[in-house]
Design a protein around this ligand. Structure first.
Ligand code: SIN
Length: 526
């Protein structure tokens, strides 16, 4: 049987591993921290999808909302394919033991920004954690799947040096326990490493989101796509500035409203509902529940105009029993910070959330090279992949769905075309390399990188700021390359090198765009 390496232990990686295991293949999952340290585990909202295959109208509406959010840049074939498969894949999750919220015999469905109907299954406000729980449990029950935590993928090993067309035969990775490099052979590699929110100072992502998979694939000859489209979530809690905490859009789906300080004052004096006082109405008639690109931009603009550090999310007009039942994670986090859900206005601000662009893949999840051909043996699934599903802006809760559909597609493609061609893999070139004596310059470079991305490649951009960012990225890249070529890898060095590469792809794609679409907003193009 073939040997497959999956890099990443979020929904896409775990789902694919289970599918490959079922077909009898040996799978090794490598993951940087603990298996549950993934963006999936932090996902609150849910998974969008129509379970009933005969509900043509429901599916059509889901397709229409996805296309509208994507602002004309979705691949419609992919959107249709994902929406069509939603029922089957969600049933796979149920079979794997995932427990979604029920209301009697049916599932309880919620709504988020850009959705015209309630079609999101959820597990209270911790859907990702429930999915992660069930899938990691299923994975640990399998004899053919080996989980290797504290293992960081560093670079792919090509079958023929500098010839991506010949494909890959393994990867070098760094054991974060021993500090040693290791070469792992593989018939195929599935990259499921998630996104790169750590590029910005404020992010909803876990610390592992440093773009590792994207960077290693690009270095091996893969093409990236649509990198300018990075989604900022409008409502990260800013009560504890150092660690923004996601306040799910489902809360706005239940009626939560965004106000600036003046709107809050007016609302308090009026004694009526808050909706008509929301600044978001200046940007869309859908107000606080417009698509994320619009709401995040509205918050960003309002904060810049007023000089405030945050806007406010109000929930005191909502049914407290419902809030308590459906948002226990948020409620408990707020309580720890001395805030009360359903009573206090919540200080929120946009934070880096989701990489809409990524590795260019085909409808089987195969990674494409610049010439449009697939690189043999390499797949990308989940956030790291750009399938075309999200276009210029991802519709909320479509990502967990896309991840399971493409994890299944990539696994099926490998199962049907599997090769068993394990070759010897060379050891990491360690001669002449020194232990890294000082990490301080790396820490400073990382701070500079994050500041650059926050100031110059954020929600609102301009050519001048993007060019400034590009110059800074070139300098950082040069500095880190010098260290890289003389040092033994450490986690900090590997991550910084990856982050700079991904930031460069984002900035270059943004510089090339001549039109504002979805998440890319350059004020010189208005
Ligand atoms: C949220 O719960 O607001 C996040 C869901 C998503 O990003 O799709």
């Amino acid at each position: 049987m073939a040997q497959v390496v999956v890099i990443g232990s979020g929904i896409a990686g775990l789902f694919a591993a289970l599918r490959l295991d079922k077909a009898g293949h040996e799978v090794t999952i490598i993951t940087k921290q603990r298996p549950k340290d993934s963006s999936t585990n932090w996902a609150q909202g849910g998974i969008a999808g129509i379970l009933d295959k005969t509900d043509g109208e429901g599916k059509q509406a889901h397709i229409a909302d996805t296309l509208a959010a994507g602002d004309g840049l979705c691949n419609e074939e992919v959107v249709r394919l994902v929406v069509e498969e939603a029922g089957d894949r969600i049933r796979d999750l149920l079979d794997a033991g995932v427990e979604f919220e029920k209301e009697g015999e049916s599932f309880h469905l919620v709504k988020e920004g850009g959705h015209t109907a309630r079609r999101i299954l959820h597990a209270k406000d911790a859907t990702g954690a429930e999915i992660e729980r069930a899938l990691t449990r299923a994975v640990s029950a399998s004899k053919r799947i080996t989980m290797r935590p504290h293992t960081l993928g560093v670079d792919l090993i090509q079958r023929e040096h500098r010839n991506p067309k010949m494909g890959i035969k393994g990867l070098w990775c760094l054991s974060l326990d021993s500090g040693k490099m290791e070469a792992i052979p593989a018939d195929a590699i599935l990259i499921a490493t998630g996104g790169c929110g750590q590029l910005w100072e404020r992010t909803t992502n876990p610390s592992v989101a440093t773009g590792d998979g994207l960077a290693m694939a690009v270095r091996a000859g893969a093409a990236s796509k649509d990198m300018a489209f990075f989604q900022f979530h409008p409502t990260a809690l800013m009560a504890n500035n150092k660690k923004p905490f996601l306040i799910t859009e489902a809360l706005r789906g239940e009626g939560g409203v965004l106000l600036d300080s003046l709107g809050l004052q007016k609302y308090r004096m009026s004694g009526s509902k808050p909706d008509s006082f929301s600044f978001t109405l200046e940007f869309s008639s859908k107000g606080s529940l417009a698509t994320r690109d619009i709401v995040a931009r509205a918050c960003d603009q309002k904060m810049k105009i007023t000089g405030a550090d945050n806007v406010w999310l109000v929930t005191d007009h909502l049914d407290n029993v419902n809030l308590h039942k459906n948002f226990p994670t948020i409620e408990s986090r707020l309580n720890k910070l001395g805030l009360s859900l359903g009573k206090d206005p919540l200080p929120v601000a946009p934070a880096a959330h989701y990489m809409v662009g990524g590795l260019d893949v085909d409808t089987d999840g195969r990674v494409l090279m610049e010439d449009g051909n697939a690189m043999p043996g390499l797949y990308a699934i989940g956030e790291v992949a750009c399938t075309g599903m999200h276009g210029a802006n991802r519709l909320a809760s479509n990502s967990l769905l896309e991840a399971v559909v493409f994890a299944n597609k990539a696994s099926e493609h490998f199962i049907e075309n599997s090769i068993e061609n394990i070759e010897n893999v060379p050891n990491w070139r360690a001669e002449g390399m020194q232990e890294l004596e000082e990490h301080a310059p790396l820490v400073r470079d990382l701070e500079t990188l994050r500041k650059t991305m926050t100031d110059d490649v954020g929600i609102v951009r301009s050519f001048r700021r993007l060019e400034r960012a590009k110059r800074m990225l070139d300098l950082l890249s040069h500095e880190v390359d010098l260290i890289w070529h003389r040092s033994l890898p450490t986690r900090e060095l590997v991550e910084l090198r990856n982050l700079i590469l991904v930031a460069t792809h984002i900035t270059e794609d943004a510089l090339e765009r001549k039109e504002n679409k979805g998440l890319h907003w350059n004020k010189d193009l208005i």
